[in-house]
Design a protein around this ligand. Structure first.
Ligand SMILES: [Zn+2]
Length: 427
């Protein structure tokens, strides 16, 4: 019962009507955001906090109640003098947001409702790199369907699906322009996933995995709210989500953040992108596995693809047991992490570099080497005051970020949530 995903820009007719619709959408969003941030409160408190007239707030509230985005929650006594006031709160238990991540060796799913309750959260080992776009999208479609059914059974209809992929994404058209480690070129992921979902008709958006994970970190991670931060995915590929002055840096075509392909060693090995000596050939999970446990390296014919967490758990066990080859490999990867990090600090001067994926799992072993190398190489030296910090979002960070984006779309434009259809009477 959701959506007209695209905004009402073309509706309305006269410029005045369009202006009025847009103002109303902005005000609805303002009220919803206030409720999201402050919990249950009264209409007059909302009016005071937002600067809107009391009558305007009451009027907006009628529409938000009608769309079942808010609910009356009894009486607000907080600090009240005189008669108690009726309070309202975000409702949203029936509105869902589904985040998916398709990565080289897994699919992650994260489904939440508008109230922030997690309804689905899991990861499945899947050899996307070896499966090609068609099989991968079929699998992604099946996973999405299952998640939608689970969410619907829990009472929340997904209002949108966000998909994270490790590559260059044309966000406006939902097309994966190039994903080096999947070997995908110009795959219209949003359109194909939508058609795989058939009559479910949930709008699909697509974005780069590191960008989405960075947004999740900025919203609710270990360094949440840090205006200047870099997030690094520690997967087979390494991507960066760069937040500058509180905003995600996208660049002219949306292709920024491809830090895994910084050429750090001209005489180095071949990268998934076809070039040589890219940063991810030094610090990507495949590079570490190759150095630490060559017998279990990634590659064709290496059998069923284990979940990255299993691979990293093996490495952690070897480290704890003092295995020399593994200790040397992890220290080496840590130093390369610091070297690449120093380039990012020289460019963006972030306060923190949040590391996800396997970098976070092996943080105790890797980050001391990375931090020392960073401080040695950054031109500002200790004055740059940048720390590596391990994310606690795990390998599913990007799927969480993808769900977040859907939630933000709803909060930014509550009119995209359709009013429930009235029950037919007498037919
Ligand atoms: Zn590369």
């Amino acid at each position: 019962m959701i959506q007209e995903q695209h905004q009402a820009r073309t509706v309305g007719g006269t410029p005045q009507a369009v202006g009025h619709a847009s103002l109303r959408r902005t005000n609805l969003s303002l009220v919803l955001r206030h409720l999201r941030e402050h919990g249950s409160t009264s209409r007059s408190d909302i009016a005071e906090a937002t600067g809107l007239h009391r009558a305007t707030v009451s009027n907006l509230m009628v529409e938000l109640l009608d769309r079942r985005l808010v609910q009356e929650v009894g009486v607000d006594h907080a600090g009240a003098v005189g008669r108690p006031r009726r309070a309202v709160a975000l409702h949203g238990a029936h509105i869902g947001a589904l985040g998916l991540e398709l990565n080289v060796d897994y699919i992650a799913v994260h489904g939440v409702d508008l109230g922030g309750n997690v309804l689905v959260d899991r990861r499945l080992g899947f050899d996307a790199a070896g499966s090609g776009p068609s099989r991968s999208l079929r699998e992604l479609g099946l996973t999405a369907r299952e998640a939608i059914e689970e969410m619907t059974r829990a009472g929340a209809d997904p209002a949108g699906i966000g998909v994270a992929v490790p590559g260059l994404v044309d966000v406006d058209h939902g097309v994966v322009a190039f994903a080096p480690n999947l070997d995908w070129h110009d795959v219209p992921l949003a359109a194909r996933l939508s058609s795989a979902l058939g009559p479910l008709r949930v709008p699909v958006t697509v974005d780069n995995d590191a960008n989405l994970a960075a947004l999740a970190e900025y919203t609710s991670g270990v360094a949440a709210g840090t205006a200047d931060m870099v997030y690094l995915t520690g997967e087979v590929g390494v991507g960066g989500g760069i937040i500058v002055d509180g905003r995600l840096l996208r660049g002219a075509d949306g292709f920024s953040g491809e830090v895994g392909h910084l050429p750090v060693d001209p005489s180095g090995g071949r990268c998934g992108c076809g070039r040589f000596g890219c940063w991810e050939t030094k610090v990507g999970l495949a590079a570490l596995v190759r150095m630490a446990t060559p017998g279990r390296a990634y590659g064709p014919g290496s059998g069923p693809v284990p979940d990255p967490e299993e691979r990293v758990a093996e490495i952690a066990r070897d480290l704890a047991a003092g295995d020399r080859q593994t200790l040397v490999a992890v220290a080496e990867a840590g130093r390369w992490l610091g070297l690449g990090g120093s380039i990012l600090v020289n460019l963006f001067n972030p306060r923190v570099i949040v590391v996800g994926g396997y970098f976070a799992t092996l943080a105790d072993w890797m980050l001391p080497f990375a931090q020392a190398e960073l401080e040695r190489l950054v031109v500002a030296g200790p004055a740059a005051r940048c720390r590596f910090v391990a994310s606690d979002h795990g390998f599913g960070a990007a799927s969480r970020g993808a769900a977040n984006v859907v939630i933000n779309q709803i909060v930014n434009d509550p009119t995209a949530i359709m009013r429930p259809t009235p029950q037919p009477s007498g037919t």
